[in-house]
Design a protein around this ligand. Structure first.
Ligand code: PLP
Length: 384
C-alpha cells in the first residue's frame, strides 16, 4: 500500500460513513453574530462565553503590548522568550486561583499533553472520566501509563478502579464542566476518593474558568476543591487563546525540566500575555457579564421546556438539545441555519450512539431577542 492509497482509503471511509469534517470560513464574527458565505447568523456555537474576544479593553491591551514588545516572543521561554509580562501574569493567575505557581502554555491541548507526558511513567495509572476531552484521552493513551475510564461523573465507578490492585502512581483526570453536555463534575467527591487512594486529581476547567465561582474562578473554586493540578484555558471565557497549569512549587520546577512543550516551543507572544491580563481584569470585574449569561441560560431553558427533545441537565452556557437520530439532528441544524441561527449538530462517535444533538452555546453578548429568535425557530422547525 502506498501513502496515497492509505490516505484515499481513509477519506473514502469518512465520506461513506457521512463523517467527513469540513471547515467553513467565518468572514466576520464575534460572540453574537457570525457571517458565512455572505449570510449573517446569530451565533450559538462559540465558546466566547463573556464576549471578551471583542472587548475593547482586551483589544487595546494586545495592541499596546505589540507596540511595546513586538508581535512574537522570539524564542522558547527557556532561552529568551520569557518576559516580565509572562512572569507577572503567571503570578496573578496563581494568586487569583490560590496556587503557588502557574505556568503558561500555548494552548489547552498543549498543556494537557505536556502535563501528562511529563508526569506519567511506566506502571502508573490514569483514571479518566469517560467523557473527558480528546486532548486528555489522547495524551493518556500516548503515555506509558495504563488508561482506564470511569463512568461519566460517577464517583462510585472511580472508587472501584482506585481499589483495584495498586500501581506506582495514579492520576485521576476530569473536566470541571463537560464540553459536550455542559454538566458539572462532582469534584469534591472525586478529590476525596483520589486523596484517600494517595493519588492526584487533575481538573481541566476549560469551560468553567471565567464563568463559574466568585470572580469567575471556575468550577473548583465554586465547589471549594483544590485539585493538585488545575488546567485553565484562555480560548473560551477569556476570549483569547493559551492556557496555564496551576500547581505547587516542586511540580512547576519539575515541569520546567521535563515538559517538552515548554522547552522546545516558542513561548506565547508577550503582547498576548498583555491581552490576557486585561481579560483577567475583565473577568474579575465581570459579575454583570456573568449575570447576563445566567439570564440567557435561564431564558433559553424556560423556553425550550416544551420542545419535543430532551434538554440536557445543564445549568451552564453549554446547552445540549438531544434529538436522537443523526439525520434528525443534522436536519434540525440545517433548518435553524436557513433561518439565521448558527448551531452545531454533534453526532457519534463524539457523543454516544442515539444521542445526536444540537450543542447550543450561550454567551453574555447575546440579547433577549437572540434567545427568542432561536426558540421561535426551534418551534417552527417542527412544522416543516
Ligand atoms: C477547548 C478545550 C481544550 C483545548 O484548549 P485549547 O486552548 O483550545 O487548545 C482542552 N480541554 C477542554 C475540556 C476543552 O474544552
Amino acid at each position: 500500500m502506498s501513502w496515497q492509497h492509505r490516505i484515499q482509503l481513509a477519506l473514502a471511509q469518512r465520506r461513506e460513513t457521512g463523517r467527513m469534517r469540513q471547515r467553513t470560513i467565518n468572514h466576520q464574527g464575534d460572540a453574537r453574530w457570525i457571517e458565512i458565505n455572505g449570510q449573517r447568523y446569530r451565533n450559538f456555537s462559540g465558546n466566547d462565553y463573556l464576549g471578551l474576544s471583542h472587548d475593547l479593553r482586551v483589544i487595546r491591551a494586545w495592541q499596546q503590548g505589540a507596540e511595546r514588545y513586538g508581535v512574537g516572543s522570539g524564542g522558547s521561554g527557556h532561552v529568551t522568550g520569557y518576559r516580565a509580562v509572562h512572569a507577572d501574569f503567571e503570578a496573578q493567575l496563581a494568586d487569583w486561583l490560590g496556587y503557588s505557581r502557574a505556568l503558561l502554555f500555548i494552548s489547552g491541548f498543549a498543556a494537557n499533553q505536556a502535563l501528562i507526558a511529563a508526569l506519567m511513567a511506566k506502571g502508573d495509572r490514569i483514571f479518566a472520566d469517560k467523557l473527558a476531552h480528546a486532548s486528555l484521552l489522547e495524551a493518556a493513551s500516548l503515555s506509558p501509563a495504563t488508561l482506564r475510564r470511569f463512568s461519566h461523573n460517577q464517583p462510585a465507578s472511580l472508587q472501584k478502579l482506585l481499589t483495584s490492585d495498586g500501581a506506582a502512581e495514579t492520576l485521576v483526570v476530569t473536566e470541571g464542566i463537560f464540553s459536550m453536555d455542559g454538566d458539572v463534575a462532582p469534584l469534591a467527591q472525586l478529590h476525596q476518593l483520589s486523596q484517600q487512594a494517595n493519588s492526584w486529581l487533575m481538573v481541566d476547567d476549560a469551560h468553567g474558568i471565567g464563568v463559574l465561582g466568585e470572580q469567575g474562578r471556575g468550577s473548583c473554586w465554586q465547589q471549594q476543591v483544590k485539585p493538585e493540578l488545575l488546567v485553565v484555558t484562555f480560548g473560551k471565557a477569556f476570549g483569547v487563546s493559551g492556557a496555564a497549569v496551576l500547581c505547587d512549587d516542586d511540580t512547576a520546577d519539575y515541569l520546567l525540566q521535563f515538559a517538552r512543550h515548554l522547552i522546545y516551543s516558542t513561548s506565547m507572544p508577550p503582547a498576548q500575555a498583555c491581552a490576557l491580563q486585561a481579560a483577567l481584569r475583565a473577568i474579575q470585574q465581570g459579575d454583570e457579564l456573568r449575570q447576563q449569561l445566567g439570564e440567557n441560560i435561564a431564558c433559553f431553558r424556560r423556553g425550550a421546556r416544551d420542545l419535543p427533545y430532551t434538554l440536557g441537565d445543564s445549568q451552564t452556557a453549554i446547552q445540549p438539545l438531544i434529538v436522537g437520530e443523526n439525520q434528525a439532528a443534522v436536519t434540525l441544524a440545517e433548518r435553524l441555519r436557513a433561518r439565521g441561527c448558527w448551531v452545531t449538530a454533534i453526532r457519534p462517535p463524539t457523543v454516544p450512539p442515539g444521542t445526536a444533538r444540537l450543542r447550543i452555546t450561550l454567551n453574555a453578548s447575546q440579547q433577549p431577542e437572540d434567545i427568542d429568535a432561536l426558540l421561535e425557530r426551534l418551534y417552527d422547525a417542527q412544522g416543516e
